[in-house]
Structures are given as C-alpha cells and as structure tokens.
Design a protein around this ligand. Structure first.
Ligand code: DSN
Length: 422
C-alpha cells in the first residue's frame, strides 16, 4: 500500500514521521500483546477511504441524513457477513469499540441500578465489566466471580451457587486474560437457573469462535459483544450479535442509546475483515494461532516458568513470574526488559495477585499478531528461548541488546506489510 498520492509528508512532516516510526516499530519488533493483531492492507484501505466523510445516523433505509445510498449497502454487507460468520440471527456493526458495545448491551438489557454478575478483572475479566471507575460499575450493581485457587480456572459449581445467592438480572461472561475455554453451555444454564439474562463478551476469542476453534457462545447467549481487531483481525472497533428477542433493543441502544453517527469507513473495513474471516485460510490461521500458543507455552514450561492454569486452550498464556523456578521479577520489570529486547508484552495481574495493577506478578502473552506475520513452531521455540534468557537476566543490557538484534533479524524474514512505504 502506498501513500504517495497523499501530501501528508509535506503537509504534516511531524505526523508523517511518527507514522513511519510506528510502521518500523511494528515491522522490527515481536508483538505479543494478546489483544493486538495486524489487519490486511485491504482493511486499511477501506479505513482510509472517503467513507470517513459521511454522516449516517440511523440504520440502512432509515437514516437521519441524505446521501446514504452507498453506505447503506456497505452496512448491510457488513451485517450479513457478520451474521454468516457467527450463525447469528441479528447483527449490529456500528459500535466504535468493545467498551461501547458493552455499554449498549447493558443499556438494552438491564435497568440502571440492576444487578450484574461478571468475571473479576483481577482474575482475567474486562474493565468494562463493572470496574468501579468504568461507567458499567457506576450505573449498575456488580458482583464478580473469579477462578478457583487450586485450578486457576472457573469453578462452575461455585459460580452456580454465587449466581443463585446473588440473583443477578444478568450474567456476563468473557475475559481478557483467561487462557482456557469458557463453557458457554454451562454458563447459560447457570443464568437460566438464576433467572438472569446471559450476555457474552467474546472480544478476545471472536476469531477462534468464527473459525470453530472455541465453542461458540452464540447459540447459548441472548447477546454477544465483541471487538473486531483482536483475533478477528479487522479494524479497531466493536460489534454485536443478538438473538431474535434482543436485536431490536440492541439496535436502539447503540443508536440513539450510546452513539451518534457510526464510523462508516470502519464499518466498511469491518465488512472486508468479515469476508476475510469467512475464507478457509482464516481457519488455518486460527489453528496456527492456537498451535503457536501451545508451542510457546511448552517452551516456557520446559524452562521452568509457571503458567497460570498450567497451559492454554486458546491464543494467550499468562506467566506467573514468581515461584521457586520463576525469574522473580515483577510484570512491570518483565515488560520493560522484553521491550528492550524488541519483544512487546503487557504486564498483567494474575489470579490472587498481591501486587498492584501497575506492577503485577505476571505477563500476558498472545500469538495472534506473530501468527499473522507467519511465525510457526520454529519461531515460537526461538521466542521461548529468548524470553527465558531476557526474563532471567533482565538487567544484563548486553544480553538484551543481543536478543534485540536477533529479533530484528528474524522480523526481517517475516515482513508484515512488504509493499508498504510510509
Ligand atoms: N483492553 C483489551 C485487552 O487488552 O484485552 C480488552 O480488555
């Protein structure tokens, strides 16, 4: 993709230079943030289109602005493709983020002050699932469930009891740092037994679900929210699929409930990404995402690192840096040392973490982005070796520099956007 037709370099050299720097940062480093990915040039082309100029409040065929005959077709295509991808009854593709999708779903499903039971952020949940400083936590009464201390996995019997005791209006499932399958069938039966609605935020696993590599929540949930930029590998944004009973309420909660004009250039980019996700290659890609996570997990386990819950079923792993064989540094120190070596991760609380969120005892590692650039088993084994060395010698600047050079050499063999010149 070329930006040569634009006058950005001469009009705004400062921003142009920063775009160049970010492109090089992405090309030259190993991206292991579990919620990030690299979209295709086609997705980016749709995002950089004239659709950014169009106001389209409302829905196709019922807009508050003229001139929507083209964007109506774009939105309808995006909706149809999303429904096909998840075998869903209804779809809304207008949400600008996962957090906004959650706000809309909660607005549609629970009265202000209503009771919601959701996964604890400290055990791998999401910020917009009732953090006291998030709008969700301000407007609703949240109780949270976590993982069991022994297994570091959700104990569905305990959760059932908690739901029966708390009697929530809505049970909310979904996580940002949970390396195991979620049992949506059981969660739905718990919700039903407790007389609660069932909402799933499948932001992290949407791509795996679309590819049939994680059991789908769609047949079990009233509503499912998601982001489009994580495993789904689309543009930054949100989306919702809903059952027949809920799609009307969801649509009016998105607009006019929580947002005005949808970002139609992003809706177009979502349509492109959904079409990509419907191709057989996408399933191969997701299989490799999971295989890569397992290879990396194995490589770290063999080197004495402790993984929360002992391993992974999906695209991410959580490393507990403490323990007799661990490197004994904080998540923040690990993030910094890996960054110096050209490897990007995020510090992450682990269940029952005594450390504060800005320090943490763990790191979260995800494989969606490195898999997109073509890494396979061999590269994951090298990565495990490098990460182990960096984590155990986090203050050895010569070693960090040496790993950084090796990382850059490997990255040159796997360009992300070979045709791009920013
Ligand atoms: N902030 C996103 C993540 O990194 O997982 C979603 O919570």
């Amino acid at each position: 993709m070329s930006l040569s037709a634009s006058n950005l370099p001469s009009q705004d050299p400062e921003i142009h230079q920063l775009l160049h720097q970010e492109w090089r940062r992405q090309e030259d480093g190993i991206e292991l943030i579990a919620s990030e990915n690299q979209t295709s040039p086609a997705v980016m082309q749709a995002m950089g289109s004239t659709l950014t100029n169009k106001y389209a409040e409302g829905y196709p065929g019922r807009r508050y602005y003229g001139g929507c005959e083209v964007v109506d077709q774009v939105e309808n295509l995006a909706k149809e493709r999303l429904k096909e991808l998840f075998q869903a009854y209804g779809a809304n593709v207008q949400c600008s983020s996962g957090s906004q999708a959650n706000q809309a779903a909660l607005l549609a499903m629970v009265k202000p002050g209503g009771k919601i039971l959701a996964m604890d952020l400290n055990h791998g949940g999401h910020l917009s699932h009732g953090h006291p400083k998030n709008a969700s936590g301000v407007f609703y009464q949240f109780a949270h469930y976590g993982v069991a201390a022994e297994t570091e996995q959700i104990d569905y019997d305990l959760l059932r009891q908690q739901a029966l005791d708390y009697q929530p209006d809505l049970l909310l499932a979904g996580a940002s740092a949970y390396p195991r399958f979620l049992d949506f069938e059981q969660l739905a039966s718990i919700a039903r037994e407790a007389g609660a609605l069932f909402l799933v935020d499948m932001a992290h696993i949407a791509g795996l679900v679309a590819a049939g590599l994680h059991p789908s929540p769609v047949p079990h949930a009233d509503v499912c929210t998601m982001t489009t930029h994580k495993t789904l590998r689309g543009p930054r944004g949100g989306a919702i699929v809903a059952s027949k009973d809920w799609i009307k309420a969801i649509n009016s909660a998105v607009f006019p409930g929580v947002q005005g004009g949808p970002l139609m250039h992003v809706v177009a980019a979502k349509a492109v990404a959904f079409a990509e996700a419907l191709q057989p290659e996408f399933r191969q890609y997701q299989k490799q995402v999971v295989a890569n996570a397992q290879t990396l997990a194995q490589g770290l386990l063999e080197r004495g690192h402790r993984l929360v819950s002992g391993g992974t079923d999906n695209h991410l792993l959580l490393v507990d840096l403490r323990g007799p064989k661990g490197p004994g540094i904080s998540g923040a120190q690990a993030e910094d040392a890996l960054h110096a070596a050209g490897i990007t991760v995020n510090k992450n609380l682990i269940p029952f973490d005594p450390a504060k969120p800005m320090l943490t005892s763990g790191i979260r590692i995800g494989t969606p982005a490195v898999t997109t650039r073509g890494f396979g088993a061999e590269e994951m084994q090298r990565l495990a070796e490098w990460m182990d060395a960096v984590l155990r010698h986090s203050e050895d600047t010569a070693l960090l520099k040496q790993v950084r050079m090796q990382v850059e050499e490997l990255c040159r063999q796997f360009p992300i956007y070979p045709e791009m010149e920013v």
